[in-house]
Design a protein around this ligand. Sequence first.
Ligand code: WT7
Length: 653
Amino acid sequence: MSDSPAIEAHLSESRLFPPSAAFAAAANCNDAGIYDRAKADPIAFWSEWASTLQWDKPWDSVLEWNPPHAKWFVGGQLNLTTNCLDRHVAAGKGDVEAIRFEGEPGDTEVITYAQLLTRVQEFAGVLRGLGVDKGDRVTIYLPMIPEAAVAMLACARIGAVHSVVFGGFSADSLKERIHDSQSKVVVTSDGGWRRGSQVALKAAVDAALEDSACAGIEAVIVLRRTGQDITMFDGRDHWWHDLAESAEPVTEAVSLDSEAPLFILYTSGSTGKPKGILHTSGGYLTQATATMKLTFDVREGDVYWCTADVGWVTGHSYVVYGPLSCGATVLMYEGAPDFPARDRFWKIIADHKVTIFYTAPTAIRAFMKWGTEHLEQHDLSSLRLLGSVGEPINPEAWMWYHEHVGHGNCPIVDTWWQTETGAHMITPLPGIVATKPGSATRPFPGIDIDVVDENGESVPNGSGGFLVIKSPWPSMLRTLWGDDDRYKNVYWSKFGDKNLYFAGDGARKDEDGYIWLLGRVDDIMLVAGHNISTMEVESALVEHPAVAESAVIGKTHDVKGQAIAAFVSVKEGVIADDALAKELKAFVGAKLGPICRPDDILFTAELPKTRSGKIMRRLLRDIAEGRALGDTSTLADQSVVSGLKSKYEANEG
Ligand code: WT7
């Protein structure tokens, strides 16, 4: 993007939603002074939060910063499971519900803090019994069931490093991640439930382990979930329940260095092999806890539901470590939002009286497409706070979430962060910040973020540029597992010796200094000398009543450099014809200005998405430019792109 013009703002937003007086009065934090205090002394701010945790040995210094390497709470020792479990039980909260689980077939289970502690002690003993020790890596490949949390926490209890691989990933992806992490043990299940059928997890493990790259695996622990037929290999494979019977429970958690590795989580960049993001202990839990309390305003009596799978960082920080550190009650649901019917999520909220709900824009847009009748059958009045994560949320989707899910009285926290950042970085504090639909608002207290130009210089309000993080934060990644050079190159090299962390996202600051995320910079379009965000054009399209979802890309154009092509899926019952395409082009042109008017509109039932729900614009560019498709291995549904490709080619004639 060198020498390119600044990212322009076309979308304007004047709606402002301050928290209600009642919400603000009851909130964990309603003192706007927190921002200035944290800014004046971030070290004091973070050490106050770290002090809310239980340490076996206090730290000597809060931060050692040797760019780009940070150490937090240096010299301190703690164990994350002591913080997530033992201390609550010791405080007399053993009977509080830690996890409320609902399986896709409808089976339910409630696990109290005391019971969860017992299970974690037991499974930690199982791992130890197989020779797993401090620093060893354990790959976890499980469905979204309580045992996934148990397995993660059991690793943390003995200082083993977990690497959770999303259960929807293939045997190949699993193999690559086992190999890169040099894991010793795999924890899996016979299978899991997805839209009524059984996913074969154990079979994928067997396939992955056939490869000599996985020769380091000494044992596979298999949980019985579905009861499907599987092969158990003698000597290598063990049933979870058999090992648990004879395990010696780990009643005393191991005291670990604040900087002891906690987990590796692989994130697939658009190119190259997946990056093993490494997170450590004390700083990670500090920020996971602070954000849980301040962003989600969580407190006793809440039933908190984050819909993310434990295979993503959201599931690490906001299903397991953050909520349990706060002693919250976490709802876990195994399956799909549309099984057995499209009201499943709303039924869960009503049945469990969920108070805090955290999901992704891609899910919200699917709900919008399905129509409001599915929500209207259920009582959602228990909800008091809504969250969004994963992609920019289009203002139209934000308003829909606000009106139809929140009934106008739940603050929405749009949280920007990354696998790499470990915890929330930009988000409103719901008792303080007036929100604007589509904006993640302002950095979390103690977080130093800016939008800069090509040279790393701060841009004024009203301008766009690159999102950067200017100072280290407690839950930052420490490196890429086994590849520190790549860590330096990917995140810290863009602005030379300025020591700015480059997040890869475009953003702009509006006149009030609110931050608007504009998507990955690789996706930003350059049309006739104007930098236009795909997110803005997509947001304008979904404002049209016929449109459910859209993905916009810049395709090479002889004259303009790039021309805008939009892939659009319409709401149920809408007829997608040439007249509508024409209308949509005019609609966007009127809304954002003629420069943003798409040249092509292609209707499609589905858009190509990753398994975590992000639109893969790179593949859409391949399609629009008639190229062979690049790497499609991270796609959730391979048939979507091949269908689109033939449709696009037919259209082009
Ligand atoms: C990328 C990180 C963080 C957990 C889930 C994704 C995009 C994430 C937002 C948001 C705009 C967002 C960014 C970021 N992103 N949240 N609220 N608004 N964009 O983790 O897979 O590491 O992806 O997701 O592009 O860089 P991830």
